[in-house]
Design a protein around this ligand. Sequence first.
Ligand code: FAD
Length: 635
Amino acid sequence: MKSGVNTLMAPFGGIGLSMQYHLDGFRAGDPSIASASAKTAKDAVDVLIVGCGPAGLTLATQLSALGDISVRIIERKPGPLEFGQADGLACRSVEMFEAFGFADRVIKEGYHVNEVSFWRPDDDGTPLVRADRIQDVEDDLSEMPHIILSQARVHDFYLESMVKSPSRLVPDYNQELISLTLTDGSDFPISATVGYVDRPGETETIRAKYVVGCDGARSKVRSELGLELKGKSARQLWGVMDVLCHTTFPDIRLKCAIQSADQGSILIIPREGGYLVRLYIELAELAPDERAADRGVTSDQLIEKARKILSPFDFEVAQVAWWSAYEIGQRVCDAFDDVMETERGTKSPRVFIAGDACHTHSPKAGQGMNVSMADAFNLGWKLAAVLHGQSCVELLDTYSKERRAKAQELIDFDRKMARLFSEKPKTKDDAARFQAYFKKHGRYTAGVETHYAPSLVVGDTSHQKLATGYPVGKRFHSGPVIRLADAKPMQLGHTLKADGRWRIIAFAPRSDMGDENGPVGTLCASLKELLQSVMSTDADVDALIDVRAVFQRSHRDMDFSKLPSLLRPQKGPLGLTDYEKVFCSLQQEHDIFRLRGINRFEGAVVVTRPDQYVSLVTPITGPAEIKEFFARVLS
Ligand code: FAD
């Protein structure tokens, strides 16, 4: 058996975090607090977000960081979530948190899922035996771990980032969307009527350019669009409880899938802090009109059920921290915006839905919070690009297309997983089928298998062979490098921040020493023309497209001063040199060229979107293709 620890995850004992600040002049104090931007009106905004769940907060954080986009986020509840709901954070979500700047806190506070164990009855009549124990995240799937942490803490980190952002954004609690009206020909074509939960009868009108419904499974925004969640009508009732317990069950600090012979199934999720444990207990299928509340489930019933499934091991609960019984159906909406497929191309979307508002599934695969955040990450930069006038409105059509395909795929996966998990295993083979499915789909549940189809923002694959580890349409897979200027070992992917910028990363051919006339230097000269044509003259050269390079030479053999000027640009009001754009590969098992299948002799260029997905792979000698791509996207 393997160690269970992803050995390539964190070279040099750290996760290679990095921050750049003081570009606008020295400023004392906490560098994570941005300079405040000018306040804008609250009754007419660029983007109105409805709902402060993971989807709404991801979108609000991304947009608030851009400062010049006015955002309002409303939430029906009186304040932030305090406990309960989801807890699984896939590796891909932790990668995204790094782009938002708080992955280190999630990693420090959370439980790290390194191994999973499977329990089931033995053929000899023993009620429960450990059938297998496997590594959870395969080696080099991600530099980030699979984490378990309360959804409420994830909300806290987002809220902190928002309040430290240039727009100092805070949600408006106790405010509930009542209705939406769309009018043509106005700068703010959507009117939202909002009611005050704590002042019945009082309402306010908020005008917006775009509205995003992140308002959960019973979304008001969705119903205002006349859309509905479609899928299996029968819904599954689930019991979930976070407990402090005494037990003789030996794997209580491991994620476990337990299938008993005739008492049902449990999923054990150890929680952050070392003592707390979550148990998911499948209860019953609800009738079409039945709600979870109709069953009158109590925490004592959940404890009793858990005791029976875990028997003959002892299981005593010392404290129930949180519990819930909730229903889940596998459902998805036909569209994630207000444009019908028959109208696509003739009208651009103004209202969007994200997260549980457009798809719901069981918690068994731990995807709810992750997929909801990924929806919002996909949408945020697209809204920003259109609002900034950098991209055509057709960019917004790619949101529904990309995320609906992802949601449908997830629902198909979840349906199969749910069925296998609920089956009463009659033989070892029955139980082994669930286990095999679980193992096979580890990459999928880690969130790294999302693969967007060719579109305006995903190019063709004709040069894929130059960098086989960077499939076009998949997320940029980080790898270890050493920064040239200061010899800092770090993760290349951690330079891809959630700042709305595109990235062009040149992986240099072996012979390239980084001088102006070398392959990367020639590429940079050509790209400089592109950047100057898309940026206003007073903006930094990398304000929209950030060019970086990775060389194969030792960092000690390279001369920073000979690098092309695009890789050491002068920026900001003081014209300071940016020293942090150039990296060198490491040796042997940490060599990014080997890890990501990059052609050593020819090199490669990888273009990534602002949400870190690979748009294009081209030869170093192919700036024309890059220019053509951006001519389409930035029109
Ligand atoms: P949500 O987190 O549902 O957020 C929507 C927000 O919008 C809410 O805060 C809501 O108050 C607000 N809102 C709704 N309507 C309006 C309106 N008209 N005006 C203003 N605000 C509005 N997943 C798991 O994996 N494991 C679990 O154990 C688990 N337990 C759950 C328990 C409960 C009670 C719920 C509701 C969900 C649970 N989930 C669980 C699902 C998981 O939390 C969701 O998949 C995830 O939160 C989806 O994020 P979201 O942002 O799309 O929606």
